[in-house]
Design a binder for this molecule. Structure first.
Ligand code: MF3
Ligand code: CO
Ligand code: CO
Length: 269
């Protein structure tokens, strides 16, 4: 590529300075601690509104702002996406969790001007074997995507690793929502698709920060947005699961920023 074009292209991606990376570590660690804090509250009979309130208060008490609140008009502080909801589910006192549900809780915090973004899909009570397999596959696909991250790898390597793992199991990768660069902005370049071709796309550079957040569906990847203008659901009503981490490209690989002292519970088989 012509040098002047290359420079214009790479300038769009904000490579973070050491002090910015420190700020990212702090906000991401807080976001991770919210997920850890909320886990014991996730049980049958609880409304997603109650989860929203508990997370909101915890985030504010820790000196941060719950980034989704008022973001492009989003009305709540977290996203809660139950069963066939792919993402951006709006917490509601009418949505009561029941045994066998799966619910993704997506937490984004703004601390000292920097965003940290992470989500997990939790089981409510005992999952069906089918739900458990989807959730575990989704989690593993995120880890496989993360393992691709190192300087000079390409963005396409991430999506290819995820797609190659989930599609042979009969699942599909959501197209309409992607991972994203993150830092002083909630969503910035680059776009991180969770499908694609290895060896294609922009090269990763140390200091880049972005999310990897595959949404994996039992059936079709096609989605529909509800009348609330936010809630994305599967068109076939089948389950969708998601996990998300904010990742830093380091000199020799990656660092998962949205980890609370490494205390993240790895899903057992
Ligand atoms: N946290 C979501 C993401 O992973 C974005 C939520 S935007 C909101 O990118 F407005 F719905 F909160
Ligand atoms: Co995100
Ligand atoms: Co998120």
């Amino acid at each position: 590529m012509l040098e002047f074009l290359r420079q214009r292209f790479t300038k769009v991606i904000r490579v973070k300075s050491p002090s910015e990376i420190e700020a990212m570590r702090k906000t991401c660690k807080l976001a991770a601690s919210v997920l850890k804090m909320i886990e014991p509250h996730i049980k049958a009979g609880v409304s997603t509104e109650e989860l929203n309130t508990i997370c909101h208060e915890f985030i504010v008490k820790n000196g941060a702002y719950p980034s989704p609140l008022k973001y492009n008009g989003f009305p709540k502080s977290i996203c809660t996406s139950v069963n066939e909801v792919i993402c951006h589910g709006i917490p509601s006192s009418k949505k009561i969790l029941k045994n066998g549900d799966i619910v993704n809780v997506d937490i984004t915090t703004t601390l000292d001007g920097y965003f940290g973004d992470t989500s997990r899909t939790f089981y409510v009570g005992t999952p069906s074997p089918e739900a458990k397999k989807l959730v575990e596959t989704t989690y593993k696909s995120m880890l496989l995507g993360i393992e691709q991250v190192k300087p000079n790898a390409r963005i396409g390597d991430i999506g290819a690793a995820i797609q190659k793992f989930v599609e042979p199991k009969g699942y599909s990768v959501v197209r309409d929502f992607t991972g994203h660069g993150i830092g002083k902005e909630f969503h910035e370049d680059p776009v991180i698709a969770h499908y694609g071709k290895a060896g294609k796309g922009m090269r990763l550079r140390p200091g880049m920060t972005f999310t990897i957040e595959p949404m994996i569906n039992q059936g079709t990847y096609k989605c529909r947005i509800l009348k609330d203008d936010w809630t994305a659901i599967t068109t076939d009503g089948k389950l969708s699961a998601q996990f998300e981490h904010t990742i830093l490209v380091t000199e020799d690989g990656y660092e998962i920023l949205t980890i609370d002292n490494g205390a993240e519970r790895i899903l057992e088989n």
